[in-house]
Design a protein around this ligand. Structure first.
Ligand code: ADP
Ligand code: MG
Length: 406
């Protein structure tokens, strides 16, 4: 199979004056015009700066799913306020089909950057429409994908567009970084600890099957509720999956619950309604969960059970929170984040950890920890992908990555 080339493999002399269209992931949260978390923007800066230094004319494209429909303008303003050193002044193009867009791009000078409005305002982005891809392609000479988190989507800017750039399609620096770190998982050193949380058992089941050979498998979050139920415990009013897989077949939990490597906590944090209607949170043994209880987080026993396992690990893969993070049940996810980061900072026991998913990353940010792989610290890699990470781990490829091969 042919390889995927990084944009950094192109001599800078060949980039000078070229129009390079870069698929970014600027799908950040915007609240009242303010950017809440710019991790994804920051992760694209090395690629942007590389192209700019080479004298390329850089056209940034992205989608954004903001609740109030504000589009990418606030992101452009934010970049212009925050990253002048890296990006200079970014010109915003609000209507990507207009004469104005074409002339703005045609008049760009070497090293200048343009950001085009949210691609998803055009339905043809999601439907991978060829005419839409051709319109975007008409603006550029070279295509770069630096949006790992959307590379599992067969959308126009991810799949249709690069297909129109034979011999001129590349992976951006962050995309390459993601692939390099995530592929360690496919030949992970042992002991290998696999931690999976969050919800939707049916979508995560294939991953549990794929990594059944890990030395310890820890299931938390709402996934744990399914396990407890399958083991015959009462889970009360807790969130459980439909019990059928994505193909519509009944899930057989037996191989999972009988796997001797499976680790589950002895206790859980439940939220229950008292007879007078008040809501109370308490820690209960898994055998004591009542009909009115809702399991919201794993209990503190999980941490105790895991300390040694994590300390001895050579590789840790973690995706998904231990509890209902957005409802405030963060404690055990934060504890887990502390355990993993401590293991990674111990110089005497080289361990590598690969983490991802929205809530998992949020827990790391809350602890003031971030991915330092671009600074040469490879011990702990925090992926920018959620769904894309899971799909890449499962299939060892993604549509938006495969199309970059020559
Ligand atoms: P991520 O956002 O990290 O990619 P997922 O989307 O798979 O992970 O899972 C996150 C979801 O799982 C969140 O909505 C979270 O609140 C939910 N969740 C985790 N534990 C529980 C629980 N015990 N009960 C209900 N929901 C839970
Ligand atoms: Mg999620």
């Amino acid at each position: 199979m042919s390889e995927i080339k990084s944009i950094t493999s192109v001599p800078t002399t060949e980039l000078k004056g070229k129009r390079v269209i870069v698929r970014c992931d600027f799908n950040v949260q915007v609240f009242e015009g303010k950017i809440m978390d710019d991790l994804r923007v920051r992760k694209t800066l090395p690629t942007i700066q590389f192209l700019r230094d080479a004298g390329a004319r850089v056209i940034l494209i992205s989608h954004i799913e903001s609740k109030d429909g504000t589009g990418l303008k606030p992101v452009c303003e934010y970049i212009n306020e925050t990253y002048t050193k890296e990006c200079g002044v970014v010109t915003f193009v609000s209507d990507f089909q207009s004469e104005d867009a074409a002339s703005t791009i045609a008049n760009m000078k070497d090293g200048e950057i343009t950001l085009i409005e949210n691609l998803r305002i055009d339905a043809r982005e999601k439907s991978n429409d060829i005419e839409f891809a051709k319109l975007l392609a008409s603006y550029a000479d070279i295509y770069v994908n630096d949006a790992f988190a959307v590379s599992h989507r067969a959308h126009a800017s991810v799949v249709g567009l690069p297909a129109l750039f034979p011999n001129a399609r590349y992976a951006g620096i962050q995309l390459m970084n993601e692939l390099d770190h995530l592929k360690v998982t496919f030949n992970a050193p042992h002991p290998f600890v696999f931690i999976l949380g969050g919800a939707k058992f049916e979508t995560k089941l294939p991953l549990i099957q794929k990594f059944a050979q890990a030395d310890s498998i820890l299931l938390g979050g709402a996934l744990l509720n399914d396990i407890l139920k399958a083991k015959g415990y009462n889970v009360g009013k807790s969130l459980v999956s439909s019990g059928v897989d994505t193909a519509g077949a009944k899930i057989d939990f037996t191989p999972i619950i009988e796997n001797p490597k499976l680790i589950i906590p002895d206790d859980v944090i439940v939220s229950g309604i008292l007879p007078d209607g008040t809501i109370r949170t308490s820690t209960k043994l898994i055998s004591e969960v009542g009909d009115e209880d809702m399991i919201m987080d794993v209990g503190p026993s999980m941490n105790t059970k895991l300390t040694e396992v994590i300390q001895n690990a050579k590789f840790i893969l973690w995706n998904g929170p231990m509890g209902n993070y957005e409802k405030g049940f963060k404690d055990q996810t934060i504890e887990m984040a502390k355990l993993v980061s401590m293991a990674c900072s111990r110089l005497d026991a080289p361990v590598r950890a690969v983490l991802g998913g929205g809530d998992t990353t949020a827990a790391m940010i809350e602890l003031g920890l971030e991915d330092q792989s671009d600074k040469g610290n490879d011990a702990m890699f925090i992926s920018t992908g959620g769904g894309a990470m899971l799909e890449y781990l499962l299939n060892e490829s993604l549509p938006g990555v495969e199309v970059l091969r020559e």
